[in-house]
Design a protein around this ligand. Sequence first.
Ligand SMILES: Nc1nc2c(ncn2[C@@H]2O[C@H](COP(=O)(O)OP(=O)(O)OP(=O)(O)O)[C@@H](O)[C@H]2O)c(=O)[nH]1
Ligand SMILES: [Mg+2]
Length: 336
Amino acid sequence: MILRRIVARSMSEALARVEREVGRDALIIDTAREGEMTVVFARRPEDVPPSSVAGGIDGSVHRVSKRTAKDPATALATELGAHGVSDRVTSAVLRAVRGLDEGLLQRGSRSLPAVVRRVLTGLVRTVPIRGKRVALVGPTGVGKTTTIAKLAARDSLEHGLSTAIVTTDTYRVAAVEQIRAFADMMELPFRVAFTPQDVRRALDDFSDHDRVWIDTSGRNPRDEQAIRGIRGLFTGLEVDVLLCLPAAGRRRDLERALVTFSTFEPSALVACKWDETDVPGELLSLAIERDLAIAGHGTGQRVPEDWEDADARTYARELVPEDKNLVELPAKVRHA
Ligand SMILES: Nc1nc2c(ncn2[C@@H]2O[C@H](COP(=O)(O)OP(=O)(O)OP(=O)(O)O)[C@@H](O)[C@H]2O)c(=O)[nH]1
Ligand SMILES: [Mg+2]
C-alpha cells in the first residue's frame, strides 16, 4: 500500500492537497496533529486490492451475501446533512471511513456510527482556556456576558483562581449593570473601561490576578467600523480573544462573523446556546474547514452551571447520536 503523509497548516489545506496530490477519489486513512500542524495519511483506492471479506472495525468479520437495501454511504451523508454538516466535511468523513475499512460503507455494519464518530472526533480541534487576560467578542446577544459570568465563577469557585472582570461594553447602559451585579454578587473586582487607556490601566491594576475576563459589546458583524472600534481598545495589549458564535448559526452568517471578527485574531471559538439547536453542524463544519479550535460551549442560561469545556467526542455524538442506526443490515449477514 502506498501511503502518502501530508503535513499542512490546517485541515482545509491538508484536504485540498490530498485532492490535488493523491486524487479526488483519495481515501483518508488517518488524521493527526503534530504541534501546530495537521497530518493526513491518504492513499489511492486502487493501492489496496478490494477484498470480499473485510474485517470490521469492531474486530468482527462479516460475509455479506446480499447488498444492503439502503446504501450506508447515502444514509450517512443524509444524517450528517440533517445536522448541518457541510458537503466538504461529509466527503472527508466518507473518505476517512473508506480509508479505515474499505468495505464498511458497502456492506454496512452496526459499527458504522461509532467509526464515523471516531473520524469526526479526530477532525474537530479543541483547546483549553489558557490566557491570563481573556476577552470575549462576537455578534449581539450570543451570550458573551453570560459566558464570562459562568467562566469567572468557575475560575474563582472551582479552580481557586484570583479572578477579575473588566467590561468595555459601555454601548448599552444596561450592559454595565448586568455584569456589575454579577461581579458584586461574586465579590470579584470589577472595572468599567471606556477608552484604550482605561483598558490598559485596568489590566495593569489587575496584573497580579490569575485571570482577567474582558467583556465587549456585541456588534452586528456587518458593522465593520464598530468592530474596528472595539479592536482599538486592545491595541498593543496581550489579550487572548475567544470568538463567541451561535451553535445554531447559519453558514453564511457565521462566515461573515468569522471574517469581520478575524481582526481580533481569536485563538478559539465558543459555541454559544448549544442547548438551543439540533443542528450545530454548520458551526462545527466551519471550525473543521478553517482549522479553528473550540474552547467550549454554553448549555443553557444558568450561571455558572451551564457550561462545558470543549470535547470533540461530545460534538461527534451530537452529529451522529449514539442511538443512530445508519444501516439496514442485509437479511443474511454471517458472523465468521
Ligand atoms: N439557551 C441559552 N441561552 C443563553 C446561553 N448563554 C446566554 N444565554 C441567554 O442569551 C441572552 C443574551 O445573553 P448575554 O450574555 O447578555 O449576551 P451578549 O452576547 O453579552 O449580548 P450583548 O452584550 O447584548 O451583545 C440572555 O437571555 C442569556 O440568558 C446558553 O448557553 N443557552
Ligand atoms: Mg453582553
